[in-house]
Design a protein around this ligand. Structure first.
Ligand SMILES: Nc1ncnc2c1ncn2[C@@H]1O[C@H](COP(=O)(O)OP(=O)(O)O)[C@@H](O)[C@H]1O
Ligand SMILES: [Mg+2]
Length: 233
């Protein structure tokens, strides 16, 4: 059941966004809680990725606000928003996000190195994520030498290595078969529970949403009330 005793880590209030004259989001509101996984569902083109980009400060809404730990992120300067994204948010996409020329270990260490860590220290920290994610022994493989599921687990490790407060995943299993998709979702949810990070999963796949603690649907630019796992929907 959804616990609401904790304060939300991220809140979207009355988000409006249109591209040209086409309205995409019209008054979308949402609360996201630490250590819980929420699925954002909706058909292709319904505005899921747009919402995720607004929640993570990549895109500015036309109106409405996003609060991270109670602070309005739209009010920050662009450089401050970028710093917030680097320090507090992790991202997993459908596929193709790893650098093909780098071994898995260096791909995972990269966000730490970009954040100013020494290469050896970053690699050491990154190495700690391989065994828990079932990747032991694959440290020196390049993305092209791994299965889709393995590459996606490396991408999860890379998203987790900076210890984000919120982990955003946009169709993270979109390129995987059903079995591997289930494995990847289980890992994402476990990682969220274990680290206390909120997990926000955008998906059009009911099976993927089912792994999450709650689900909201994008409907005509608004979000339906969250439905907790186990409730009929
Ligand atoms: N940068 C953009 N410029 C113009 N239109 C866009 C842009 N990004 C998304 N859209 C449009 O907004 C709508 C929602 O897109 P998106 O959020 O990507 O949907 P979803 O992720 O649910 O498939 C679509 O009609 C899409 O074409
Ligand atoms: Mg999308």
């Amino acid at each position: 059941m959804q616990t609401t005793s904790k304060s939300p880590i991220l809140t979207a209030r009355n988000i409006v966004k249109q591209f040209g004259s086409a309205p995409v989001l019209q008054n979308a509101s949402l609360d996201i809680y630490p250590g819980r996984a929420i699925a954002i569902m909706g058909p292709s083109g319904s505005g899921k990725s747009t919402l995720l980009h607004i929640l993570s400060g990549i895109l500015q809404p036309d109106s409405g606000e996003v609060l991270f730990s109670g602070r309005a992120i739209q009010a920050l300067k662009e450089a401050e928003r970028t710093a917030l994204r680097r320090s507090s948010f992790g991202f997993v996409f459908q596929s193709g996000q790893l650098l093909p020329e780098l071994p898995a270990l260096e791909n995972v260490a990269l966000p730490l190195i970009l954040g100013g860590a020494k290469v050896d220290a970053a690699k050491q920290q990154a190495a700690g994520y391989f065994s828990p994610l079932g990747l032991a022994g694959l440290e020196n493989r390049r993305p092209g030498e791994m299965s889709g599921g393995q590459a996606q687990r490396v991408a999860i490790a890379r998203a987790l290595v900076t210890r984000p407060a919120v982990l955003f995943a946009d169709e993270p299993t979109g390129a995987l078969d059903a079995h591997t998709s289930h494995e990847v979702m289980t890992l994402l949810c476990e990682a969220s529970r274990h680290t206390g990070a909120a997990l926000v999963v955008v998906t059009h796949d009911p099976e993927v949403a089912h792994s999450c603690d709650s689900t909201v649907h994008v409907r005509e630019g608004q979000l339906t009330a969250p439905i907790a796992k186990g409730e009929t929907w």
